[in-house]
Design a protein around this ligand. Structure first.
Ligand code: GDP
Ligand code: MG
Length: 436
């Protein structure tokens, strides 16, 4: 499966201390191949892996985590994002609320209709199931059997061959009989077909459902994506139900469908039993696709530990009055990691107004970084060395001017002064965090 393939891909990185352009390129290629093998659409797989590469190049490798594990976490995050990030619920609204099901024959519509009805009934809402599959007499019986099993009434008109009429009648019936939610099961075909499309389009138009769901068999791989696209072009559905995930489905369809039709997956179906219905959680699906279990939490813990260790180290230096330009640079890196600078500053009360017209972007740090990077190792460790001739050299080396260098020196001195005062004032923990 994908998991073992990724394992192999990550082997390239094992034993290497850092993520570099070369080892990432190889690994990313392997990841792409593994995703395509798991039924992820090629174009989608390429987009994801390009993003993964970009993301990976910017990361430091953490102390207690291998590059492979870190990359796994990056892949996991990307996949989760790709599948929509957050779980999305179906919309059940109206008097009665109407849910319309669409999809090919055999995709699992009727089974899902029963599951959804049972699910809604458990929330203490009255449900009516509607049999609109007018082509196969057995289809009505199938729904009736399910309805009996879960204790939900089934509406059907065996003599009527017009699904628009049947669904309209069903909604009237629901109003009169105090059914709050109507679930309409429709007929499918073995393949996309114009008559079927027209029929379901007409039903949708006539009854205006609050939720139109497209049901698709996850085992059908790439076909699932094409079918989803065709149905969406015609129906503009609200969400997707991915069925038969209990089989040896590779799950890749979930990724591609979301990326191609830009509609959320709302439910997954994992068996023939009425209980086998789950909400769709993008993060859980990403885990399923990656099959990686503990790696994520491991990396998250390591990340925390890394940040904590760095903070501890800096605090110690502050306490010993040894804070130097190396530490300053490392603090800048930390701040940059936290995200957009303007957003960050904007979170400080009163500041968002003040900076409204000021152009702060992440480039604001660039000159400062350039100056610090122009310093020799010794100068960074002992800022006292920086006399005026050295400062002129820094300005030249960093493409700034002497005033910018002097400003930085002044700011840095002020900072150290504050730190010294703080050290005198208190022996409690703190330092940078308290200053912030
Ligand atoms: P429809 O033609 O779209 O209404 O599809 P059905 O609901 O009749 O399902 C077609 C077949 O797939 C039936 O044999 C179902 O029992 C089976 N099925 C539906 N959903 C699932 C599922 O999540 N897992 C498995 N293993 N089988 C399913
Ligand atoms: Mg059916």
């Amino acid at each position: 499966n994908l998991s073992t393939k990724l394992d192999k891909a990550f082997k390239t990185l094992k034993g290497q201390g850092s993520i570099t352009e070369i080892n990432v390129a190889t690994t990313v290629k392997e990841i792409r191949r593994a995703l395509v093998d798991a039924d992820v659409n090629y174009k989608v797989a390429k987009e994801v892996t390009d993003k993964i590469k970009e993301e990976a190049m910017g990361r430091d490798v953490l102390i207690s985590v291998s590059p492979g594990q870190l990359l796994t976490k990056i892949v996991y995050d990307e996949l989760t994002q790709l599948m929509g990030g957050e779980k999305q619920d179906i919309v059940i609204k109206g008097e009665p609320a109407v849910v319309l099901l669409s999809g090919l024959q055999g995709s699992g519509k009727t089974t899902f209709a029963g599951k959804l009805a049972s699910f809604i009934k458990k929330q203490n809402r009255t449900v009516l199931l509607v049999a609109c599959d007018v082509y196969r007499p057995a289809a009505i019986d199938q729904l009736k059997v399910l309805g009996e099993q879960i204790g939900v009434e089934v509406f059907s008109e065996p003599e009527n061959k017009n699904p628009v009429e049947i669904s309209q009648h069903a909604i009237e019936y629901a109003r009169k009989n105090n059914k709050k939610v109507v679930i309409i099961d429709t007929a499918g075909r073995l393949a996309v077909d114009e008559q079927m499309m027209r029929e379901i389009e007409a039903v949708k138009k006539a009854i205006n459902p609050s939720e139109t769901l497209f049901v698709v068999d996850s085992m059908t791989g790439q076909d699932a994506v094409n079918t989803a696209k065709t149905f969406n072009d015609r129906l503009n559905f609200d969400g997707v139900v991915l069925t038969k995930l209990d089989g040896d489905s590779r799950g890749g369809a979930a990724l591609s469908i979301r990326a191609v039709v830009e509609k959320p997956i709302k439910f997954i179906s994992t068996g023939e039993k009425m209980e086998a219905l789950d909400m769709f959680y993008p993060d859980r699906m990403a885990q399923r696709i990656l099959g990686m279990g503990d790696v994520i939490s491991l990396v998250e813990r390591a990340q925390q530990q890394f940040d904590e260790e760095e903070a501890k180290r800096i605090n110690q230096k502050i306490r010993k009055n040894q804070f130097n330009f190396d530490d300053f640079l490392s603090q800048l890196e930390q701040i940059k990691k936290m995200g957009n600078l303007k957003d960050l500053v904007g979170m400080i009360p009163g500041m968002s107004k003040a900076i409204k017209d000021v152009d702060i972007d992440d480039d604001a740090f660039k000159p400062i970084e350039a100056i610090i990077k122009s310093m020799t190792k010794q100068e960074r460790a002992q800022p006292e060395l920086l006399n005026s001739s050295r400062r002129r050299r820094l300005a030249k080396g960093s493409g700034t001017d002497i005033q910018q260098v002097n400003n930085l020196m002044k700011q840095f001195e002020d900072m150290r002064k504050v730190m010294r005062t703080m050290n005198k004032m208190s022996t409690t923990k703190g330092g940078m965090q308290q200053m912030a």
